[in-house]
Design a protein around this ligand. Structure first.
Ligand code: NAD
Length: 429
């Protein structure tokens, strides 16, 4: 072990260009004082258990050969097999995949799922390749990382620019190589291949459940509460619909096509139908168009960022007038903005808790695949709600005990669970 663990870095990282991994290390620094005797194991959290870089050579449709860089990182598997998505994006780097894998360890432990954290990625812009090329890239990437994934080892899932079809190709490739159909090697699969009911809406439903819990703690009745949502896709759209159905007023929505507002509440089913048809909300009836900068200053009870990273930052955090922020997106609030919101008394439910509904139903999918016995949607939603409520309640208890934000409390809860497992397992040999 290094003499100064704070500055201990794996030699394959450049200390001057840590990127997202640097943000994650800072978060670990913040929770270390709360880990008591377990802090002797904290170095475990600062190094991924395993990081695999693979070359993915593929013949393109025009007959040329292209080489893509692929990664699979298993950050920690103390509590169970690795779990985390596969991202196809031109900006994928080792640092990014490492950080995303670590945040998966934290997310799984914060919600108390029996998983560790992992993540994968291929550095390419998928929009530049045909479906047949993407299938060959996915299959070769799966074969290359096949040495470390498996239903009991590490279970990939969709992430940015990958979907149920990508998972079907991964499952098929892994199964062909193993000589046996292994549905449990990936989650987020099509229903016809052992996918789970309720998976598509799971993240938005989880956002809704913890949103209701946080509103109750802040003394806000959901019926009539004002809600502002950035992002109207899988997460934001589902959350909007559930809050709308519960009697809340979704007064503003922003997506990549614009920002719309109606002080009396938007007709969410109508906006959803319009957005589906027009690939965005711009031009919908019964709503005024507002400037993007005005969107963030709207007075509201709940604000739900459910689009991209770093949307709440030092430039707009001061003008935010929401009582509660529920982070549907991953990393929507920068660390500086987080400090500003906390100092203003805004209740922020962090991403590792608020958007954990997706990985929770992925866990259900994995369990169902193992038993080859599938649950109905009502049962899945019921179990999801129970897990999200219980996670919210344990994180809130830790926040109250240490007088810290929910983000720090979620990290304390998760890191304690991971390091307890690390300690009782002991070192091998
Ligand atoms: P999605 O692609 O379905 O929707 C993204 C939405 O963001 C779209 O409405 C899009 O118009 C909007 N958007 C894009 N660029 C924007 C911009 N510049 N300004 C405003 N809006 C913009 O994606 P999703 O699955 O809903 O994911 C949203 C976030 O939630 C991401 O951070 C993702 O990592 C996170 N997340 C998703 C899941 C899941 O299960 N889908 C799970 C955990 C976390």
């Amino acid at each position: 072990m290094s003499e100064n663990p704070k500055h201990s870095l794996p030699s394959y990282l450049d200390a001057k260009h840590l990127g997202p991994w640097g943000v994650y290390l800072e978060q670990v620094e913040r929770v270390t004082p709360y880990l008591g005797k377990l802090s002797k194991w904290v170095e475990t959290l600062k190094r991924p258990k395993r990081a695999l870089i693979v070359d993915v050579p593929v013949e393109l449709d025009d007959g040329t050969i292209a080489h893509f860089e692929g990664y699979r990182v298993q950050h920690n598997t103390s509590r169970g097999p690795g779990k985390g998505g596969v991202r196809f994006h031109q900006d994928v780097t080792l640092s990014e995949v490492m950080a995303l894998s670590a945040w998966m360890s934290v997310k799984a432990a914060a919600v108390n799922l029996p998983f560790g954290g992992a993540k994968g990625g291929v550095r390419l812009d998928p929009h530049n390749y045909s479906k047949a090329e993407l299938e060959r890239i996915t299959r070769r990437y799966t074969s290359e990382i096949g040495v470390i994934i498996g239903p009991n080892k590490d279970i990939p899932a969709p992430d940015v620019n990958t979907n149920a079809q990508t998972m079907a190709w991964m499952m098929d490739t892994y199964s062909m190589n193993e000589g046996a159909t292994a549905t449990g090697v990936v989650t987020g699969k099509p229903i016809s291949l052992g996918g789970s009911l309720g998976r598509v809406e799971a993240t938005g439903r989880g956002v809704y459940v913890v949103g209701c819990e946080a509103a109750r703690d802040a003394g806000i009745p959901i019926n009539g509460a004002r809600i502002v949502i950035q992002g109207f896709g899988n997460v934001g759209g589902t959350a909007a619909r559930l809050f709308h159905d519960a009697g809340a007023k979704v007064i503003a929505v922003q997506d990549h096509t614009g920002s719309i507002h109606n002080a009396n509440g938007l007709d969410i089913p109508a906006v959803q139908a319009y957005a589906l048809e027009h690939d965005g909300i711009a031009g919908v009836a019964n709503a005024e168009v507002i400037a993007p900068e005005d969107f963030w200053t709207l007075e509201t009870e709940l604000l739900i960022p459910a689009a991209l990273e770093s949307q709440i930052n030092k430039d707009n955090a001061d003008s935010i007038r929401a009582k509660v922020v529920i982070e549907g997106a991953n990393g929507p609030t920068t660390p500086e903005a987080d400090d500003i919101l906390v100092s203003k008394g805004t209740l922020v439910v962090p991403d590792v808790l608020a958007n954990a509904g997706g990985v929770t139903v992925s866990y259900f999918e994995w369990v169902q695949d193992f038993s080859s016995f599938f649950w109905n949607e009502a049962e899945i939603n019921h179990r999801l709600e129970a897990i999200m409520r219980s996670a919210y309640s344990s994180v809130s208890a830790v926040a109250a005990e240490h007088k810290v934000s929910q983000r720090t409390a979620a990290f304390i809860t998760a890191c304690t669970r991971i390091l307890e497992a690390r300690e009782v397992r002991g070192l091998y040999p």
